[in-house]
Design a protein around this ligand. Structure first.
Ligand SMILES: Nc1ncnc2c1ncn2[C@@H]1O[C@H](COP(=O)(O)OP(=O)(O)OP(=O)(O)O)[C@@H](O)[C@H]1O
Ligand SMILES: [Mg+2]
Length: 228
């Protein structure tokens, strides 16, 4: 469960990125977060990960109260979250396989388990044969799928994907979105997708939260055609 109560984020330079945001996302929900560039979407995801702290307000994520939480508990929070970052953040000096295996090692998985799970996850993402490539030897779509493999490999209950379909062609972006929808529908993971792609959002008829200048200006489910 994700909950923001009266959350405001003002960066040190004075930019008000989020203003009094209230948002509740239940376990198992699929939610799109949309809004123009600069609306506060990435800021919202960084608050959920505790990469940033709110200036005021409460944030609850999967049973963690982010305000009161000491630093040493942050890794525990992050273990519940699989994240695809806006710019992937793949480790450039590690191979595709190592990028995924590293995430498993970081949470103390056994070597045998890592080998099996990392390989099969790369298979699911159609990355067979690319295991030994470095990120800069991959296409944008392939990099995105490595990022998704890494996000999923520790079996988090919640996936947060920031512009997962940016910079890839429309066919790949539909495929990737289908994967995220499948993950939500088949195993009931909570999925939060931040995106610019109105067409994809319209197609799936899921809950859509719209941010504008740091505020939630609409929150609706099941169709974008009843514009107000
Ligand atoms: N570290 C920072 N320091 C100061 N201001 C920031 C910082 N990060 C973001 N901002 C500002 O906060 C506002 C929201 O930025 P944010 O990155 O959340 O937008 P976004 O909705 O993700 O945009 P995009 O669609 O371009 O990724 C913008 O005005 C941005 O310039
Ligand atoms: Mg962003």
């Amino acid at each position: 469960m994700i909950e923001l109560q009266n959350v405001t984020k003002t960066y040190p330079n004075g930019t008000k990125a989020l203003k009094n945001v209230n948002l509740h996302i239940d376990d198992g929900e699929f939610v799109f977060i949309v809004g123009a560039s600069g609306a506060g979407k990435t800021t919202l995801s960084r608050l959920l990960l505790r990469e940033e702290k709110p200036t005021s307000g409460q944030i609850l994520v999967n049973g963690f109260n982010l305000k009161r939480m000491p630093e040493w508990r942050v890794p525990k929070l992050r273990r519940t979250l699989g994240v695809v970052f806006q710019n992937f953040r793949l480790l450039p000096h590690m191979t595709v396989y190592e990028n995924v295996a590293f995430a498993m090692r970081a949470v103390g998985k056994k070597k045998k388990d890592i080998e099996k799970t990392a390989k099969s996850m790369l298979g699911v993402m159609h990355l067979d044969g690319k295991e030994n490539n470095f990120p800069d030897e991959l296409s944008g779509g392939e990099q995105q799928r490595v990022a998704l493999a890494r996000a999923l490999v520790n079996n988090p209950s919640t996936i947060i994907a920031d512009e997962p379909t940016g910079n890839i062609d429309p066919r790949l972006s539909r495929e990737l979105m289908k994967l995220l929808v499948d993950i939500n529908e088949s195993v009931g993971k909570t999925v939060v997708v931040i995106t610019h792609e109105q067409e994809l959002v319209d197609y799936y008829r899921k809950r859509v939260v719209t941010l504008k200048d740091g505020e939630i200006v609409s929150d609706r489910t099941g169709g974008m055609f009843d514009e107000d």
